[in-house]
Design a protein around this ligand. Structure first.
Ligand SMILES: [Cu+2]
Length: 265
């Protein structure tokens, strides 16, 4: 057995000592579908939430960056963002709705770089740099290319049509270099946001016993997960980013990626 060199015990401990925070928070870049049939503006919701347990909604500040990559070209989408309130089962929180101008065939990689969020119960800041993927016309163009973010998960399986029962492999990169021993929390979007009412829909399942589902990246930054159910799955590499401090406090700079799995009929 190989010892993993860079586990971050401080962060791991911080998560585990907060009793009520079992399943993880995830920044969602939610679209109803990942395959876009006709050109047009695709609505997207940015929500900072606990989508597996359908839990507490956190207030999302206006992101630092929100953009798309299409055929290698970056388009700023910050101007499309409008503040909305997203309502979970126990509270409402500040969220954003935006839109993605889908025209030509190809991949549309959505990227959000949020402001660090202060998590009072853990006395740390959390910044979840997030990627999700749309495609039009089944032509793959951008999904496998690193965006060049401070920290990101690069997919090794096409992330918008993973088969249920197959696997998803990602590589954690910080400043373009593999991160060994990163703790990756894995979460199912059990309750999807309802786009019209801007609230959580009824959850279709609940998290398993034993807390967050976790994988650890190997020496080259890779991890693999067998995908047991159709729908959206999120992966968050906790504290894998190069920045570790914000305003004098510990910063967990996380990389989040969303994939969509489908059943074979
Ligand atoms: Cu949380």
């Amino acid at each position: 057995m190989t010892l993993l060199p860079t586990l971050k015990p401080a962060l791991a401990l911080a998560c585990m000592t907060v009793p009520a925070a079992a399943p993880a928070h995830f920044l969602l870049e939610y679209t109803v579908d990942t395959m876009i049939e006709r050109p047009g503006d695709v609505p997207v919701k940015l929500v900072f939430w606990h989508p597996f347990e359908n839990g507490h909604v956190m207030d999302l500040a206006r992101p630092r960056e929100f953009f798309m990559l299409h055929r290698g070209e970056r388009t700023d989408l910050l101007d499309t963002l409008e503040p909305v309130t997203f309502t979970g089962p126990t509270n409402g929180g500040a969220a954003y709705k935006g839109s993605v101008p889908v025209k030509r065939a190809g991949d549309y990689v959505l990227v959000t770089v949020p402001e660090p969020y202060f998590e009072e119960t853990e006395d740390i800041y959390i910044q979840q740099i997030t990627k999700s993927f749309l495609n039009r016309g089944t032509m793959p163009t951008d999904w496998m290319t690193p965006v060049g973010l401070p920290v990101e998960i690069v997919p090794l399986n096409k992330p918008y049509n993973i088969l249920t029962g197959s696997t998803f492999t990602g590589q954690v990169l910080a400043d373009g270099k593999p991160v060994a021993g990163a703790e990756i929390e894995i979460e199912y979007m059990a309750a999807e946001p309802d786009m019209d009412s801007s609230s959580a829909s009824a959850p279709v399942t609940t998290p398993p016993p034993g807390g967050a589902v976790v994988a650890i990246s190997d020496l080259n930054g890779y991890f693999t997960f067998g995908v047991p159910r159709a729908g959206y799955w999120g992966f968050a590499a906790l504290g894998a980013g190069p920045e570790t401090e914000h305003e004098g406090k510990e910063l967990s700079q996380d990389a989040v990626i969303w994939i969509r799995a489908w059943d074979l009929d």
